[in-house]
Design a protein around this ligand. Structure first.
Ligand code: AMP
Length: 177
């Protein structure tokens, strides 16, 4: 029996600011079957494709990405906000609505021999995911796939990723932003 995962995502209007419909995955992950099935569907779509790592984007990408890495039998890489990783890092800037942010990975974790699947909970404008792709590709690793639980297609992020030659897979889509 296939579960309606979308019905398990809660929508909270006006968070974190007026006009935003926040798609809250905490209600999905507190549901045992909902959580497991989300992870299994992402893993099933990426099995036997030669991945060596899953890269999860801080913070909600860690939740799903860790499960997908275990299901695929590969290592997990945390893509973190600036200043959180203890070793030598490489970073990539990306634009926010106001200002700039930076994501980082450890400098020695990836090389030409690796193939990485990016996982996050949601793709909106795609700014974060495109920065993660650029960062991973700078190491020489192959990064041609990204998976998200939720797509907000009106914001165009998935299309922007596809334009960067990244195949995008999502479990559900919501209209609007
Ligand atoms: P973006 O870089 O615009 O694709 O934003 C993606 C990141 O912002 C993801 O890590 C999401 O967790 C978060 N995000 C953006 N918009 C929403 C939303 N409407 N509801 C929940 N999370 C969001």
């Amino acid at each position: 029996m296939s579960l309606d995962l979308q019905s398990l995502v809660r929508t909270i209007p006006d968070y974190p600011k007026p006009g935003i419909l926040f798609r809250d995955i905490t209600t999905l992950i507190e549901h045992p079957e909902g959580f497991r099935e989300s992870v299994e569907r992402i893993a099933a779509a990426h099995r036997d494709m030669g991945f060596t790592h899953v890269a999860g984007i801080e913070a909600r990408g860690f939740i799903f990405g860790a499960g997908v890495a275990i299901a695929l039998g590969v290592g997990f890489i945390p893509v973190r906000k600036r200043g959180k990783l203890p070793g030598n890092t490489i970073g990539q800037n990306y634009a926010l609505e106001y200002g700039v942010d930076t994501i980082e990975i450890h400098a020695d974790v990836l090389n030409e021999g690796h193939k990485v699947l990016i996982v996050d909970d949601l793709i909106a404008t795609g700014g974060t995911a495109i920065a993660a792709v650029s960062l991973i590709r700078r190491t020489g690793a192959v990064c041609e796939n990204a998976a998200f639980v939720i797509d907000l297609p009106v914001l165009g992020g998935a299309d922007k990723l596809r334009a960067e030659n990244v195949a995008v897979s999502t479990l559900m889509a919501f209209d609007g932003h």
